[in-house]
Design a protein around this ligand. Structure first.
Ligand SMILES: NC(=O)C1=CN([C@@H]2O[C@H](COP(=O)(O)OP(=O)(O)OC[C@H]3O[C@@H](n4cnc5c(N)ncnc54)[C@H](OP(=O)(O)O)[C@@H]3O)[C@@H](O)[C@H]2O)C=CC1
Ligand SMILES: O=C(O)C1=N[C@H](C(=O)O)C[C@H](O)C1
Length: 276
């Protein structure tokens, strides 16, 4: 492939658990070129991102803590650029706005954005006619689980979601659990109508209540990566859908697909399922 056809990619959060996987995946993709790696962890500032990601060869790209100058680098390429963001809920909103302001397409895995923030970003992307992808979960297994859950919701009126993650996770509930509950809520029914008066002897014992009565429970433990159960109940039966990750490589086909697809968009799109 001729050099000018390569998609320039900036990875934000490059030294993190997901960022390192993205560095490996992008550097091995024949239609992409890594132009910058950003991370605010001072331990990695100036270090070669290939070495930090565990590649056998350096990529000759030092990690910087300066996002905007790195976005500018991506604007100097002949192809439209993409920023992949796996950082932190506290910074992702500003990162997305900065990328759009520079005409760089955001592909965002970072969770924890509020509904109001997503709405605001959608308007911003719309006005700039710039594609932006927000994907709470890049694994195909989760897309399939969510599809099955939506189908099951036609037949079950009771459902609870349990999400289980490593204990370094900043936000709860997970973005995936929130999205799953939204999908079930959009089916236009109210779930979990109670037949008895419940008392929580310890606040939170019954989890949090999302739209349409759907309950979400969050577990955080070392030893976990990312897992989700959607449990449907009806008299005499339980239907359980479960997804487990054992390696963050599971997200990479979805991330690469999103990088390719975001270039064709002119507005904000939420969810990997919209790309399949
Ligand atoms: N959509 C999906 O499929 C998935 C989404 N995620 C989400 O992605 C996000 C990142 O997850 P994960 O990789 O596990 O987290 P990590 O903490 O391992 O990595 C995040 C990295 O970003 C850095 N960082 C934090 N703030 C900034 C900033 N302002 N600018 C630049 N870098 C910053 C962190 O530095 P420091 O350590 O110093 O804070 C860290 O190196 C989370 O929101 C998580 O929920 C995770 C897996 C899959
Ligand atoms: O923090 C994580 O690890 C994950 N976060 C995303 C979420 O909040 O849904 C996706 C996946 O669950 C892994």
């Amino acid at each position: 492939m001729a050099n000018q056809a390569l998609i320039p990619v900036v990875v934000n959060g490059a030294a993190g658990k997901m960022g390192r996987e993205v560095i490996k995946a992008v550097s091995q993709a024949s239609d992409m070129t890594l132009v910058g790696a950003v991370d605010h962890n001072p331990e990695y500032n100036g270090k070669d991102v290939g070495e930090v990601a565990g590649l056998s060869e350096p990529l000759e790209i030092p990690i910087t803590d300066q996002l905007e100058p790195t976005l500018v680098l991506a604007t100097q390429e002949r192809q439209l650029g993409v920023m992949v963001d796996f950082t932190h809920p506290s910074t992702v909103y500003d990162n997305i706005r900065a990328a759009i302001a520079y005409g760089i397409r955001p592909v965002v895995g970072t969770t924890g954005l509020s509904v109001a923030q997503i709405q605001d970003l959608a308007e911003f992307a719309d006005k700039a006619s710039t594609g932006c992808l927000l994907v709470p979960n890049f694994s195909i297994g989760m897309v399939l689980l969510q599809e099955a859950a939506v189908r099951a919701s036609q037949y079950f009126d009771h459902v609870e979601i349990i999400e289980l993650h490593h204990n370094q996770k900043a936000d709860a509930p997970s973005g995936t659990a929130i999205q799953t509950a939204q999908m079930l809520a959009e089916m236009g029914k109210t779930y979990n109508r109670t037949t008895v008066e419940e008392t929580e002897k310890l606040p939170g014992a019954r989890g949090s209540v999302a739209d349409e009565g759907i309950r979400i429970h969050s577990v955080r433990l070392p030893g976990l990566i990312a897992h989700q159960e959607v449990i449907f109940g009806a008299p005499g039966q339980i239907y359980t859908l479960r997804h487990d990750t054992s390696d963050r490589a599971c997200y990479m086909p979805g991330v690469l697909l999103a990088i390719r697809k975001v270039l064709q968009l002119k507005s904000l799109v939420y969810g990997l399922e919209k790309l399949l």
